[in-house]
Ligand binder design. Structure first.
Ligand SMILES: NC(=O)c1ccc[n+]([C@@H]2O[C@H](COP(=O)([O-])OP(=O)(O)OC[C@H]3O[C@@H](n4cnc5c(N)ncnc54)[C@H](O)[C@@H]3O)[C@@H](O)[C@H]2O)c1
Length: 444
């Protein structure tokens, strides 16, 4: 065995030792929906975590123990901050102090639906300038297969260090499902792939400290593809039930009844539900990362294209159906008072990014409707030139509307009271499931 190999393996063993005895210093770049819960989980088991967050307001809030992410418990953040286990900075200067650097920055699309990796590249360049031997860099952001090796690695090796020999690079995609009370970061299996075996070894050691089941795969690319496939699977299946909804609408059938019946089959099927469109940071975006990468190989991912087309048409369909329900009552959409329930992209969360509710609201306003909305999780939003403030869900507001449009099925809403006090309702989420005898409710 050469001297170099002994030194390399010493380097890896020394990192793993620090991980096992929790003396490893952990950096989390990007303290958003993914990064902040991640930082808290690591701090709770005893790691000292440094949050590197470019938004100084967020960095200061975390440093004060002031939580802004729904999936993080206020008390837990306060406790780890008070114990000195989480500190924050807006600068990358402290990268050399860290043993593990986890990157949780956004991976949006540009206006042509192409991956926008400016955050991943920018952060990799900053880390690369300061990288030292023995560090593990792990990307948590969702992205196309090849990002770690093709985008990050050149920045990280720019200073002369070599991956697998001097430092380690892995991908472990975050699977957090915001608002999910049963599955959190801790009890959700975590896929890990390294750009080589040493990187995988280091990453598995690190993630096993807080995750019950770590699933190693053979490469960072395989891990990257796993994540985009998971979200593509969801997007395609949602598109399938959305397409069924359009067909049921023409056939005069209740799609929810058909789906409920279909999902009683105990094998070979799993539940997905229609709605006014797809939203959030994952389902509308991630499949396009794969679609874009496939094009490089002269391969067309037809399911992804079709699913995107169907899902993107749902806000328009929702508006058409709203117009139809009003029309049946002799009310023109352009003169209607519409009260929307729900701005968040899914129930029980405060995230309205890419929310189909906002697209539906925008389209209704374009049609001339007078619109107000209620969302206890989203008191205010500003998007695409539309700025609205949530109004109270009072009996007066319900009675004086021409139509109540349920776009997000938050659990805290009293749907019976809504049904009793509203002249007519279009329910796009079957939030009124279980209420019987209300002829004023139309389902999507
Ligand atoms: N939100 C989810 O439910 C979810 C689930 C799984 C995976 N993901 C993926 O995780 C990644 C992060 O998503 P998110 O929802 O946490 O995003 P987010 O916007 O909530 O958080 C990202 C944070 O990174 C910060 N940031 C951006 N550039 C930075 C820089 N150069 N230096 C330091 N900080 C920087 C932003 O200020 C922000 O606070 C994305 O790739 C997303 O697709 C998200």
């Amino acid at each position: 065995m050469s001297q170099l190999q002994v030194t390399d393996s010493d380097l890896l063993e020394s990192l793993k030792k620090k991980v096992f005895d929790k003396s490893a210093r952990v950096g989390v770049v990007g303290l958003g929906y993914v990064g902040l819960p991640f930082a808290v989980e690591k701090a709770k088991v005893g790691f000292h975590v440094l949050g590197i967050e470019q938004n100084s307001i967020r960095a200061e809030r975390v440093a004060r123990g002031d939580n802004y992410i729904g999936d993080v418990h206020d008390e837990e953040l306060k406790e780890v901050v008070e114990n000195g286990l989480i500190t924050t900075t807006t600068s990358f200067d402290r990268i050399p102090e860290l043993d593990v650097i986890v990157v949780c920055v956004p991976t949006p699309l540009d206006k042509n639906l192409a991956p926008d990796l400016q955050y991943v590249s920018g952060v990799s360049a900053e880390i690369g300038k300061r990288l030292r031997r023995g560090q593990l860099v792990s990307l948590e952001s969702t992205t196309y297969p090849g990002t770690c090796e093709e985008v990050m690695l050149p920045f990280l090796e720019a200073g002369g260090l070599k991956v697998e020999q001097d430092f380690y690079l892995a991908h472990s995609p975050e699977r957090v499902d915001p608002g999910n009370k049963r599955y959190s970061t801790k009890n959700t299996h975590k896929v890990v792939g390294g750009v080589g075996p040493q990187s995988l070894d280091a990453a598995v050691a690190f993630y096993s400290q807080t995750i019950q089941n770590v699933i190693p795969v053979s490469s960072a690319r395989a891990a990257e593809l796993t994540k985009v496939f998971e979200n593509t699977f969801r997007a395609v299946n949602i598109a399938l039930v959305n397409e069924l909804t359009l067909l049921c609408d023409r056939m005069g059938l209740n799609v929810w009844e058909v789906l409920d019946a279909a999902f009683t089959k105990p094998f070979g099927i799993m539940p997905f539900y229609p709605g006014p469109g797809v939203g959030g940071h994952c389902i509308p975006l991630d499949p396009h990362y794969l679609e874009w990468k496939a094009r490089e190989l002269n391969f067309t991912t037809r399911f992804i294209g079709l699913a995107g087309e169907i899902n993107r048409a749902m806000p328009e369909f929702t508006v058409r159906k709203t117009g139809r329900v009003l029309n049946e009552a002799g009310i023109a959409l352009s003169k209607a008072n519409i009260l929307v329930i729900g701005a968040a992209y899914k129930k029980d969360i405060d995230d309205w990014r890419e929310s189909p509710s906002i697209e539906v609201m925008r389209l209704l306003i374009n049609e001339g409707a007078k619109l107000s909305y209620h969302d206890p999780y989203v008191p205010h939003f500003k998007e695409h030139g539309l700025e609205l403030v949530s109004t109270a869900l009072t009996p007066d507001a319900l009675r004086s509307s021409d139509l109540v449009l349920i776009l997000t099925d938050h659990s805290c809403i009293d749907y019976r009271a809504v049904a009793e006090q509203s002249p007519r309702i279009l329910d796009t989420r079957n939030a009124t499931r279980g209420l019987s005898g209300f002829s004023n409710i139309t389902l999507l």
